[in-house]
Design a protein around this ligand. Sequence first.
Ligand code: NIG
Ligand code: FE
Length: 416
Amino acid sequence: MTMKPANLASADGVWDHLRLAPGALADDRAIEGEAAIVVADGHVRWVGDRTALPADCAALPRFDGGGALVTPGLVDCHTHLVYGGQRANEFALRLAGASYEEIAQAGGGIVSSVRATREADEDALFAQSAPRLEQLLADGVCAIEIKSGYGLALAHERKQLRVARRLGEAYGVTVRTTFLGAHALPPEYAGRSDDYIDRVCREMLPALAAEGLVDAVDVFCERIAFTLAQTERVFQAAQALGLPVKLHAEQLSDMGGAALAARYGALSCDHIEHLSAEGIAAMREAGTVAVLLPGAFYTLRDTQLPPIAALREAGVPMAVSTDHNPGTSPALSLLLMANMACTLFRLTVPEALAGITRHAARALGLQDTHGAIGPGMPANFVLWQLQDAAELAYWFGQRPPRTVVRQGRIALEATR
Ligand code: NIG
Ligand code: FE
């Protein structure tokens, strides 16, 4: 099933009788009574107290929200959505006692998804990835980041990024592509990791950027992946092309990656279970977002908690994402991640909600257009049949009825 945006009804008109969730408005206003949102040409034209609706809006089509709770469209700011195959076998191996690092060192892990991704052609990859995107969209996601990193060769990285772009067009959802060529060492470069990084910097990244396939650049900086020095070389290549960087940082150990990324003005540092005080200070200085990935923490049965209290204290914005990938986080619900961020990481509910909207948008450089509701922004919002905003993080394993307005279209309608 492919939802074509052209077939979806326009959301232009007045969305009336709404209750705005805390933090929903771009300008941080709080509205006491019921609110209304005016959508024109697919964008928010006005939002405020319904009793103050501008007179010239009175004749527009009406959508009665019936007192629904409204949030901005959700933003999933860290996913590896496009890949071939699955890795349930590794799930079983871990249950039998193997660690993620042991499986990777034995030729499994990321490299086994690389094999399956290389074998799939572009259409097959699209067909495998589309149902996963549909699951995330059903949760109210209106913008999503999709990384490459399971091709690890120019043609295959291109194929992944092209599928990511095609998904965005087919579903009418904002897709930000991130080039993660430095995700793992491809087997043909065994023992020659610096040569591979050369290839990433001199051939792959410039070619894909020239084709308009790269919105940002990421690296997996870790003992089982790439060193700090190699990470910096990729950052320099990105900087030379004017592309923003992000980093898979301090997931399994403290490599000092976050501080390096911050020096390059990174949009975000992600995972960060082993983040140091120095890393936090550098991120605060640079305005880098901390992206928390409770799905990977949970799947790997990690015990090292990210330094939430220190991040909060420093005022570093915290985002929450699925990290959807076949190895460490086969999760397809951003609301479930909000629940887990509260339960496992002790985020407050408002922090978790900001984490899947406002701060997630910032982690993608999309803060002016996504993650909040405000005049001039594309119409991306969700009406929930819920009493209390805390219910968004409270329920798990079910989907409360919702109506999703995405890119100015009614993408999903609640059936009561
Ligand atoms: O975000 N940490 C590295 N990358 C992914 C896992 C990729 C995989 O195992 O396939 C992550 O957890
Ligand atoms: Fe990841």
